[in-house]
Design a protein around this ligand. Structure first.
Ligand SMILES: Cc1cc2nc3c(=O)[nH]c(=O)nc-3n(C[C@H](O)[C@H](O)[C@H](O)COP(=O)(O)OP(=O)(O)OC[C@H]3O[C@@H](n4cnc5c(N)ncnc54)[C@H](O)[C@@H]3O)c2cc1C
Ligand code: FES
Length: 329
């Protein structure tokens, strides 16, 4: 166990052996800024003032040469080698509502959704709370570094994840070949792009490919909280070809309470596709028109989609504080 001191506000927190500075901070209720938790975004950078740390990932994309020269490290990758003094600006919005925990989980079922997306259900060792829209870190046996996957269901002792098979991907190759009974470690929940129940605005959910998982969870959470009574909830899902299509059945019993539009960006020649064609955010903008300005917009998908949605929202006059997302890498 190491003690970490944040010299910016003189707070202290403990870090268990093998844990990272970021995850230890969040477990202790300290609002250290972050997003991806896997070394890519750079949001969790801190200054190392005293002591030494080691990075889990040798060359994380979220850290530049300039950062290294300034003795800056990534909170999600840095494991302290002993007591340390660090410096970062803690922020209230990152204080976790549910304290993340590491648990063993057992794969109980895998259900195919599209040609390359399946829903994986894991039974958790100890019931686990989370907010719809959050994600967890899965440590896959034999794969270096945990991967982030967003939950697709509601909290309980089973956490589901809709996962897209990345061609040649280390973690997804393992997952798509795993059989029920396989076990792994799941750490979570993490992420700040969760359902805001207190808002009274209509809800637009934009899912690009692998971003389906958190959008389904938010739709289910909104219906479970009765938000469909006074607000419209609409899920837009974007795929490329007809093989990427899914149906509103992914929303289970909530499907009659949530609007659903599937769009294809490049339907294959000869396909009998009658639905909208184009990128999912463009389709949403056309369908919603001026009403989009008054909505809370949640979105998830590849990084390229994330920046396109932000540009579209800006052009449509949607205030930035109505956008909720975690970058996928
Ligand atoms: C917040 C968040 C939520 C996500 N939610 C989903 C989801 O719900 N469904 C879904 O299908 N995908 C999701 N992803 C993407 C997912 O985490 C993986 O990137 C994807 O499944 C590819 O993993 P792979 O191991 O199969 O592919 P690979 O090509 O083997 O690995 C690629 C990913 O792993 C990361 N990586 C590589 N080495 C390491 C390492 N040593 N330590 C840590 N990370 C490493 C890379 O940065 C890259 O993101 C999410 C990503 C983020 C950041
Ligand atoms: S690099 Fe650490 S949270 Fe993204």
């Amino acid at each position: 166990m190491a003690t970490i001191t944040n010299t910016r506000d003189d707070t202290r927190f403990d870090c268990e052996a093998g844990d990272t500075v970021l995850r230890a901070a969040l477990r202790a209720g300290v609002g250290m800024p972050y997003s991806c938790n896997t070394g890519s975004c750079g949001n969790c950078r801190f200054d190392l003032v005293e002591g030494t740390v080691s990075h889990l990932r040798d060359d994380p994309p979220g850290l530049s040469e300039k950062d290294r020269a300034r003795n800056r490290w990534l909170g999600c990758q840095a494991v302290p080698n002993g007591d340390c003094a660090v410096k970062f600006r803690a922020m209230e919005e990152y204080v976790p509502i549910v304290t993340p925990e590491r648990r063993t989980a057992e794969l109980v079922s895998v259900d195919k959704i599209t040609r390359d997306i399946s829903d994986f259900a894991f039974h958790m060792d100890g019931a686990g709370d989370f907010r719809p829209g959050q994600y967890a870190l899965l440590t896959v046996p034999g794969v270096e570094g945990a991967r982030a996957y967003s939950m697709s269901n509601l909290p309980g002792d089973t956490w589901n994840f809709m996962i897209k098979h990345a061609p040649g991907g280390a973690a997804t190759d393992w997952l798509f070949n795993a059989a029920p009974g396989a076990t792994l470690e799941i750490d979570g929940p993490f992420g700040t792009a969760f359902l805001r129940e207190e808002s009274d605005r209509d809800i637009v959910l934009l899912a690009g490919g692998s971003g389906l998982s958190p959008m389904v969870s938010i739709a289910l959470g909104a219906v479970a909280a009765g938000l469909d009574k006074g607000r419209r909830i609409h899920l837009f899902y974007g795929g490329r070809e007809t093989k990427d299509l899914c149906t509103p059945d992914i929303l289970g019993a909530a499907k009659d309470k949530v609007g659903f539009t599937a769009a294809l960006s490049a339907p294959e020649g000869g396909a009998d596709w009658q639905g909208p064609t184009g990128l999912v955010h463009e389709v949403a903008r056309n369908k919603m028109g001026e009403a989009l300005k008054g909505c809370d917009i949640y979105f998830a998908g590849p990084a390229v989609m994330s920046s396109a949605v932000q540009q579209m929202a800006h052009a449509a006059g949607v205030p930035m504080d109505r956008l909720f997302f975690d970058e996928f890498y």
